[in-house]
Write a protein that binds this ligand. Structure first.
Ligand SMILES: *Cc1c(COP(=O)(O)O)cnc(C)c1O
Length: 244
């Protein structure tokens, strides 16, 4: 369903509410089939490239968690929707020089991928009196074009995170290689879960491994089957993005 810019605002609200309800049903069904309790999976609505009216439409339908991939764009939308009781996630790459702003703007940052960034975020959070939650983004496929920590650097990152004073690492995030079919994501999702289990077996505290952020519009049900606690869905809620 496409919503033209000329449609009245209530048409946008109805379209977004309908899609959100459908996605929540599919998440619950995937969780049920996997023998997981309902409410085990958090849906983050990825609003990148869509305006504040879209965020309002989703919030009116009960959506609480929203994600953006660019700090600048996010800060603008956060300000435009500051009257709403919602939570903001950063899912895109974060440069160290934006750590200070990110540490105060976001409840959850999905893209921690280096020791340097961890230290910048921790210092910024301590100074600002915030306690942002962080996920270690893992580059399982070794894709040169993608951000994320190489699997071998994940353990030292967790060890350093255990000594942080304000920032709290609470899990892992994955952006797998784009496949032709949703099923192609499954082995990557499984690998992320296995990495979580390995870290747990090696003594990483459970509270630092609580979340697995994986699955997007095309493959979120598979991610839920493989243990996702957070899915990040944009297109299936807001429609096709005209630009990236
Ligand atoms: C854009 C984006 C998503 C959402 O992708 P859709 O296919 O539109 O659901 C999820 N995660 C990240 C990191 C993204 O950048």
């Amino acid at each position: 369903m496409t919503v033209s810019p000329l449609s009245p605002p209530n048409a946008l609200a109805a379209a977004v509410a309908g899609r959100l309800a459908g996605i929540r049903r599919r998440i619950d069904e995937a969780a049920r089939l996997a023998g997981r309790p309902p409410g085990d999976v958090r849906l983050v609505a990825i609003s990148k490239t869509f305006d504040a009216a879209h965020v309002r439409a989703a919030a009116a339908a009960g959506q609480i968690d929203f994600g953006e991939n660019r700090v600048q764009e996010a800060l603008q939308k956060i300000e435009q929707t500051s009257d709403l009781q919602i939570r903001w996630h950063l899912v895109g790459h974060l440069q160290s020089n934006k750590a200070r702003r990110a540490a105060t703007a976001f409840a959850l940052i999905h893209s921690l991928d280096s020791l340097d960034l961890l230290q910048q975020l921790d210092r910024a959070a301590e100074a600002a009196g915030t306690a942002p939650e962080l996920l270690v983004q893992v580059d399982l496929a070794g894709e040169a074009t993608k951000h994320g920590a190489a699997p071998g650097t994940v353990r030292p990152l967790f060890e350093a995170a255990a000594r942080c004073r304000a920032a709290r690492v609470v899990g892992l995030m994955l952006l797998p290689p784009l496949g032709q079919r949703p099923e192609e994501s499954r082995p990557w999702f499984r690998q992320l879960r296995e990495l979580r289990d390995t870290l747990a077996a090696e003594g990483t505290p459970p509270g630092m491994l609580r979340e697995l952020s994986m699955g997007m519009s095309g493959d979120f049900e598979i991610a839920v089957q493989e243990g996702a606690t957070i899915v990040r869905v944009g297109t299936a809620i807001f429609g096709t993005r005209e630009h990236v």
